[in-house]
Design a protein around this ligand. Structure first.
Ligand SMILES: Nc1nc2c(c(=O)[nH]1)N[C@H]1C(S)=C(S)[C@@H](COP(=O)(O)O)O[C@H]1N2
Ligand SMILES: [Mo]
Length: 508
């Protein structure tokens, strides 16, 4: 037998070939049918609230990269073992590869929107991998014909084995990269999106009052650019939904089921509104929050056309990727600017933010309202249906808690006049006051920037005469109803973090 390093390498490149070929086969089917994507999405769907919160709090929006790295490590280890235990007469390694194939096929067939063809990438990939592993291991097990009589022992043609391994490795990498590149090309809606012309809003958002933006270095700007906007979702491969393929079905406990195409929307009255979106996973002081101007169609008007039954109390919005969010029907119809949005900051929605259409609801955390790639509004009841994150341990209702964040100063500053500044939010209630506390001193009023809408965050600043030493700066906000944000410290699970933000500042 050749050394264990070589045999492990045989397993690793064979498994790599399975994944590479599968990426190629997945091109005409769907990006989600490729093994790593299908398996990763299934892992994500089985992530309980606490693990998700740990991943997001530890890795932020890099959570998906971490998942891929973890899956890659497991795959390499399993493949190495498969190579080590494979023998020409006892194909245990092949059995491991086949077992992996079965698990992935089950995962792929269980994905939302999957058909039987979703099994093909994995089946073809694994069959090829087993065939190649058999050939490589036979080479590694059989001594070369011209055994050196002098040494008396079996000699393996090491160079021939290494060449085989390298060849398969290259084939794996090439097919993988090619598959990924082609897949992105074939299904991408990027060029279609570039052609989309948004309708001029019948009711444009009023121009943003310059006094809403204090323009202080390190303070988050009032409007968040599309490229800077935080992204949170469960999608490993971004859904590519063309406007021709998109429709919105409003059904369930309604008098008349309706289905709207993208073209139907252009005949409707569009509005443009400023709304700050917040993620329930945003820790105190975190940056999973952003403010944009959204162009869209009022949900209360759309829902009224369908005629929800009086005993319905939930709108379960479905995404094309299987994600769901449950919003209180009363919240969507109480007159606030809850939107079916198609535009973000003057552009068609970016693909990662839900192109071609998503929901935006002022006052509710994203996980219970902001469904991207939305395709259905199911009118139902909270005691009959559960949304995606509620099934995984998060609260069924997710009103946004009043919060504030200190953006500056960061780190060390010189003694004297120091500007403390940040943002505060209580969407749909508005912000009435922000107070700042230095160490254990009294709470002092901060100055507020203009508030163009109660549905957005509000900037604030406080001028501090800082004496040398180490200080703790805290802040708290009061919402439009006069309620001061709670000092009670809560973790993000199950319904959002609370507590005052604090920042250690070294002065001098
Ligand atoms: N289809 C889909 N929509 C989704 C999610 C998701 O996982 N899938 N996540 C929600 C969550 S938790 C949040 S906070 C917002 C984030 O929207 P953004 O990525 O545009 O900032 O989208 C919501 N909509
Ligand atoms: Mo979220």
């Amino acid at each position: 037998m050749a050394g264990s390093g070589l045999r492990a390498a045989c397993g690793i490149v064979s498994a790599g070939l399975a994944l590479g070929i599968a990426e190629l086969v997945a091109v005409p089917i769907a990006a989600g049918s490729a093994p790593m994507t299908a398996l990763g999405s299934t892992v994500i769907d089985h992530t309980p609230a606490d693990l998700r919160e740990w991943t997001i709090s530890t890795f932020g929006t890099g959570d998906k990269t971490v998942l891929f790295i973890a899956m890659g490590v497991v795959a390499v280890l399993a493949a190495a073992i498969a190579g080590l235990v494979e023998r020409p007469a006892r194909p245990l390694g092949s059995v491991i590869l086949a077992g992996f194939g079965v698990v992935v096929v089950v995962a792929a067939l269980g994905r939302p929107g999957a058909g039987w063809t979703w099994a093909l990438p994995t089946v073809v990939g694994v069959v090829a991998a087993i065939a190649v592993l058999r050939v490589l291991v036979r080479r590694a097990a059989v001594p070369a014909v011209d055994t050196d009589a002098e040494t008396g022992g079996a000699q393996f043609d090491r160079r021939r084995i290494v060449r085989g391994i390298a060849g398969v490795g290259v084939a794996a990498a090439v097919s993988g990269f090619l598959g990924r590149a082609l897949g992105t090309r074939v299904h991408s809606v990027a060029s279609e999106r570039a052609q989309v012309r948004l309708p001029p809003p019948a009711a444009p958002a009023p121009p943003v009052d310059p006094a809403a933006d204090l323009r202080i270095p390190d303070l988050a700007p009032y409007l968040t650019g599309n490229d800077d906007f935080y992204r949170i979702d469960t999608a490993l491969s971004l859904p590519q939904v063309g406007t021709e393929d998109w429709s919105l079905r409003i059904h369930g406990m309604v008098d008349r089921e309706i289905r709207l195409s993208y073209a139907d929307l252009s005949g409707r009255r569009s509005v443009e509104r400023l709304v700050t979106l917040t993620c329930v996973s945003n820790p105190v002081g975190g940056d999973l929050i952003g403010n944009a101007s959204w162009l869209g169609y009022r949900l209360d008007e759309l829902l009224a056309e369908a005629g929800p039954h009086p005993d319905a109390d939930m709108v379960l919005s479905h995404s094309i990727d299987g994600f769901t969010a449950g919003s209180p029907l009363a919240t969507l119809t109480d007159g606030r600017d809850a939107l079916l949005a198609v535009g973000m900051n003057g552009q068609p929605l970016p693909v990662e933010h839900g192109y071609p259409a998503r929901l935006v609801v002022p006052g509710l955390y994203g996980y219970v309202s902001a469904t991207k790639w939305v395709t259905e509004l199911e009118i139902t009841r909270f005691d009959r249906a559960q949304a995606y994150w509620t099934e995984r341990g998060w609260s069924a209702r997710g009103p946004i808690k009043t919060g504030t964040r200190i953006d500056t100063p960061r780190g060390r500053v010189a003694a004297g006049r120091v500007t403390v500044a940040g943002v505060a939010w209580a969407q749909h209630r508005g912000i009435n006051a922000v107070e700042v506390q230095i160490d254990d001193g009294p709470w002092q009023s901060a100055q507020l920037a203009a508030e163009p809408s109660v549905d957005t965050w509000r900037q604030w600043r406080f001028d501090w005469d800082a004496a040398a030493g180490n200080h703790t700066v805290r802040a708290r906000a009061t919402d439009g109803s006069g309620a001061v944000q709670t000092a009670e410290v809560a973790d993000v699970v199950p319904d959002g973090a609370s507590g005052y933000p604090a920042r250690m500042v070294r002065v001098g």
